[in-house]
Design a protein around this ligand. Structure first.
Ligand code: XMP
Length: 516
C-alpha cells in the first residue's frame, strides 16, 4: 500500500552504508522521503512529483565497468538535485566521462571543510567545520557551468553547485553525525532550495494513513496478528482508528512469552486501547511441536509455521477477511529492495510471512515507511501509554530462542524467572531506559556450585544488555558492577536451578544480540 505525502524527497540509493541515514536526517526535519534503488522504474516515483532528489554515496568508482549509472531523465524533471559523494561524482562523470579519478591523497574520515560561498547550500555553516569523507575518488575536472562552493586541504572540490540549474553536490557525507553541520546542509537543501515546508509529522502521517486504509479496505475485514510488541500494536491501533470493528486482532500465547506477559498485554489491548482482540492459548501446540528441536533456524521455522496454523484456525471459513496487517518497518523494506540484493540471511526473522499466500490475503503495512523511533512517536500520538511504547524489543520467537538448545517447560520457567528479575531490577534502579534491549539467556550448560554446605550442579544464565540505535549494530551496556551484583544475587538465590550468572560483553558485530 502506498500513500505518499504530497511533499517529499526521492533518495536514489547507490549502495552507501549511510543511505538510510540520509532518510533519517530528512525525517528529523519533518520531510517525508523514500529510498529507491538507483535504477528504479521512474514511473513509480513520478507522482506526486518529488520536491527534490538526493543521489546517495556508493562503494563503486564511477569509472568502474558496470558502475551504477544516473538515469539522465531526472535532470529534465526540473527538480533540485543533491549528489552526495558517489552521487556528486556521478553528476560530474555523466557530463564529462573520466573527470573523476583516484585522489592522490585519499581522504577518509575527518576533514576540514572551508566554505567558499554561503549563498544557498552552505548557508549558516561556519567558514571552517569538520566533515566526514569516505571515498577514494575525487573530481579533478568540473563540468561546464559548475562552480566550487567549498573545498578542503586535500580536495579542491568538496562542494559544488550548478550556475544555472538547482544541482548541487558534496564530496563528504552530510548525513553522518561526524559531519558537524550536515543537518544544516540538508535543511538548506530541503527547506530553502527545494522549498519544502517540513510539515510531515506523526499527526499528518496518521491522518494520511487513516484515509488511505479506509479507501483500500472498503467494507472488507482485516486480520492483525498482535505480538505484544510496539510495531504490531501501533499498526492495530491505527487501523482500528480507520475502520473500527472491521479489524480483528489475534494475540497468541505461544508458551514462549515472558512472565505475566499474556495477561498484562491483553489488559492493555482490551482495557486501554479497546482493540477487538481474541486471546488464544496455543502454548501446548507450540511446545509439543518444538519438542526435541534444538537448531535455532529450525526453531524459528516451527514457530513461524505454527503461528500461521493458529491464525488459519482462527479465521476458519470466514471469507470476509481480505487483508492481513503487519508491522513491517522501513529497515526491513530497504534490505529487500536495495540493488545490492537481499543481504545474507543471518537469522530468519519471524513474521507471519506464509499466511498471506495460504489465505490469499493482501498485506496492509502502514508503518513500512517508518523507522522504529518514528513508530514509537506515532504510537504516542495515538495515545498508547509511554510505559508500553518504551518497552525493549522482544523477538517473535520469544524465549524459544533464549533457552539455547532443547526447550522444555521447566527450562522456559527458569528463564522466565531470571528475565523477570533482570528487567525488574533495571526498572527499579532506573537503568531500563539506558539500554536498548536487555535479555537473559539460559545456557544448556551445568556447572558445579556450593550453596549452604551442599554441592549444586545447575544451569548457567547469561545476562545481555546492549546499547544501540536500531539493533543493526550494538555494543554491550556498561552496567554498574553493583547493579550486576544485585541481579546475580537475586537470580541465584531466588531461582532453584540456576547457580551461575555471567554477563555477555560481546558487541554486534561480530556477535548478534540474541544468542540464537
Ligand atoms: P539479532 O539477534 O539479529 O537481533 O542481533 C536484532 C534485533 O532483532 C530481534 N530479533 C527478532 N525479532 N523475530 C523478531 O521479531 C525474530 O526472529 C528475531 N530475531 C532477533 C532481536 O531481539 C533484536 O532486537
Amino acid at each position: 500500500m502506498h500513500s505518499r505525502h504530497s511533499e517529499w524527497i526521492l533518495i536514489l540509493d547507490y549502495g552507501s552504508q549511510f543511505t538510510q541515514l540520509i532518510a533519517r536526517r530528512l525525517r528529523e526535519l519533518n520531510i517525508y522521503c523514500e529510498i529507491h534503488p538507483f535504477n528504479v522504474d521512474l514511473d513509480t516515483v513520478r507522482e506526486p512529483h518529488p520536491g527534490g532528489i538526493i543521489l546517495s554515496g556508493g562503494p563503486k568508482s564511477v569509472n568502474d565497468k558496470g558502475a551504477p549509472a544516473l538515469q539522465k531523465e531526472i535532470l529534465d524533471w526540473n527538480v533540485p538535485i543533491l549528489g552526495v559523494c558517489y552521487g556528486l561524482q556521478l553528476l560530474a562523470h555523466t557530463e564529462i566521462p573520466g573527470s573523476v579519478e583516484k585522489a592522490e591523497k585519499r581522504e577518509y574520515g575527518r576533514a576540514n571543510l572551508l566554505v567558499d560561498n554561503k549563498e544557498d547550500l552552505l548557508k549558516d555553516i561556519p567558514n571552517e567545520s569538520v566533515v566526514w569523507m569516505s571515498h577514494g575518488d575525487h573530481i579533478h575536472q568540473l563540468p561546464a557551468n559548475y562552480e566550487v562552493i567549498g573545498h578542503t586541504s586535500n580536495a579542491k572540490v568538496a562542494a559544488v553547485r550548478h550556475k544555472i540549474d538547482q544541482i548541487y553536490g558534496v564530496q563528504f557525507h552530510p548525513e553522518v553525525a561526524h559531519t558537524d553541520h550536515g543537518k544544516q546542509l540538508l535543511q538548506n537543501f530541503a527547506y530553502n532550495i527545494c522549498g519544502l515546508k517540513g510539515d510531515w509529522t506523526s499527526e499528518s502521517f496518521i491522518d494520511e494513513q487513516i484515509s488511505s486504509i479506509r479507501e483500500k479496505v472498503g467494507n472488507d475485514k482485516v486480520l492483525c496478528g498482535l505480538s505484544g510488541g510496539v510495531d504490531s500494536t501501533v499498526v492495530a491501533t491505527l487501523i482500528h482508528k480507520a475502520i473500527g470493528d472491521q479489524l480483528e486482532c489475534v494475540f497468541v500465547d505461544n508458551g514462549l512469552l515472558r512472565k505475566n506477559e499474556f495477561d498484562s498485554v491483553m489488559h492493555l489491548y482490551t482495557r486501554d486501547l479497546h482493540l477487538p482482540v481474541r486471546g488464544v492459548d496455543a502454548s501446548d501446540l507450540f511446545l509439543n511441536r518444538l519438542k526435541g528441536i534444538s537448531d535455532p533456524e529450525e526453531k524459528r521455522k516451527v514457530i513461524g509455521n505454527t503461528f500461521i496454523d493458529v491464525f488459519d484456525d482462527e479465521i476458519g471459513n470466514d471469507t470476509d477477511f481480505k487483508y492481513l496487517a503487519q508491522g513491517t518497518l522501513y529497515p526491513d523494506v530497504i534490505e529487500s529492495v536495495s540493488f545490492k540484493g537481499p543481504s545474507a540471511t543471518i537469522k530468519s526473522h519471524h513474521n507471519v510471512g506464509g499466511l498471506p499466500e495460504k489465505m490469499k490475503l493482501d498485506l496492509i503495512e502502514p508503518v513500512r515507511e517508518l523507522f522504529k523511533d518514528e513508530v514509537r512517536n506515532v504510537g504516542r500520538t495515538l495515545g498508547i501509554p509511554d510505559h508500553f511504547i518504551d518497552r525493549h524489543p522482544f523477538p517473535g520467537p520469544g524465549l524459544g530462542i533464549r533457552v539455547l538448545g532443547d526447550l522444555s517447560k521447566e527450562r522456559l520457567q527458569l528463564l522466565r524467572e531470571a528475565d523477570y528479575i533482570f528487567v525488574e531490577e533495571l526498572k527499579k534502579q532506573d537503568l531500563y531506559k539506558d539500554v536498548w534491549q536487555a535479555l537473559a539467556v539460559l545456557l544448556p550448560v551445568q556447572s558445579v556450585g556450593v550453596m549452604g554446605d551442599e554441592r549444586t550442579y545447575e544451569f548457567t544464565c547469561t545476562l545481555r544488555a546492549v546499547t544501540s540505535l536500531d539493533g543493526m549494530t550494538a555494543d554491550w551496556a556498561r552496567l554498574p558492577y553493583e547493579f550486576l551484583a544485585d541481579v546475580s544475587n537475586r537470580i541465584i538465590n531466588e531461582i532453584k536451578g540456576i547457580n551461575r550468572v555471567v554477563y555477555d560483553i560481546s558487541s554486534k558485530p561480530p556477535a548478534t544480540i540474541e544468542w540464537e
